[in-house]
Design a protein around this ligand. Sequence first.
Ligand code: UDP
Length: 150
Amino acid sequence: MEKTFLMVKPDGVQRGLVAEIMGRFERRGFQLVAAKLLQVSQEQAERHYEEHHGKPFYDNLIKFITSGPVFAMVWEGDDIITLSRTMIGKTNAAEAQPGTIRGDFAASTRLNLIHGSDSPESAEREIANYFSPDELVVYTKTIQNWIYTG
Ligand code: UDP
């Protein structure tokens, strides 16, 4: 099973969309591995968005992601990185399709509600940036047989 790091950004927490967003991943059949509300530190933000350092939107992005609490999560499922990115929708607000989280709720390219890892390497790095290994809960849900193998 593949793991991914998903985070409801400060705008999503302020707008009361945590349950709506979590619900979509639950209903899709993914398994929750860890979750917590936290304030992103400057250091965590810089590590998280390292690849964007120097880009025109970088400073505002760091200000935004540290501007209020976020809801950080680890989820697992077959091919979850690709599937969750499809559910999240395009970064550019004008391209985010209705039916996706961003396409249904976001009107800005920066304030776009949710982050989702884009590769297994990013997922591993991002999970370690917010969670310690003992916070990841290992358990079995028998319903998984009805989602993947039936
Ligand atoms: N972002 C922005 N302006 C841009 C591009 C991106 O403010 O022109 C922000 C936006 O919040 C985005 C984050 O930077 O989610 C990271 O950008 P990335 O290209 O990694 O997009 P994502 O993977 O989140 O869709």
